[in-house]
Design a protein around this ligand. Structure first.
Ligand SMILES: [Zn+2]
Length: 158
């Protein structure tokens, strides 16, 4: 961290503590060259948000990837693209405002399911089937019962 007084590159952290709401780390720094003291703040940024996958792997959160998976679910459905855009932005904002640096893939998936449920039932079932990795017909039946989908073939690409 470059010193704001002399431009020196060597600074030492003298003190480091979280703010009251625990969303920020405040660091007191001292310049090794001129002795100037200054403060820096460290906050979670969304681009550094990590997603913990079921496999235990961590990958950086990727809005585009999330958008793609939602778009697959709404493909050929009469859904306003602006509505999808707003839904995804809303999810990103929620994740961002949680203050966490890591979320589970399950949490992200639940947000999407919750959002799609209010937009399009078929898209919701499509997303849920991929996300929950349904293997048995009864998993579908339970979901369809819940939604009361009449034709029973929500995944058909008509
Ligand atoms: Zn300095």
């Amino acid at each position: 961290m470059r010193c704001p007084f002399c431009g020196g590159e060597e600074t030492q952290v003298k003190d480091s503590r979280p703010t009251e709401d625990n969303t920020t780390i405040r660091r007191r720094r001292i310049c090794s060259t001129c002795g100037g003291r200054f403060t820096t703040f460290e906050r979670v940024q969304l681009r550094e948000l990590m997603v913990l996958k079921r496999s235990g792997r961590r990958v950086p959160f990727d809005r585009e990837k999330l958008m793609r998976s939602v778009q697959i679910a709404v493909r050929k459905r009469p859904v306003d693209p602006d509505l999808i855009e707003r839904m995804v932005s809303g999810i990103v904002r929620q994740l961002e405002s949680s203050g966490e640096s890591e979320v589970t893939a399950e949490t992200v998936g639940n947000h999407v399911m919750e959002g799609l449920k209010g937009i399009d039932d078929v898209a919701y079932v499509r997303f849920a089937s991929v996300y929950k990795n349904f293997r048995e017909a009864k998993d579908f039946e339970a979901l369809l019962d819940e939604l009361n989908v009449p034709d029973g073939h929500p995944l058909k690409d008509d």
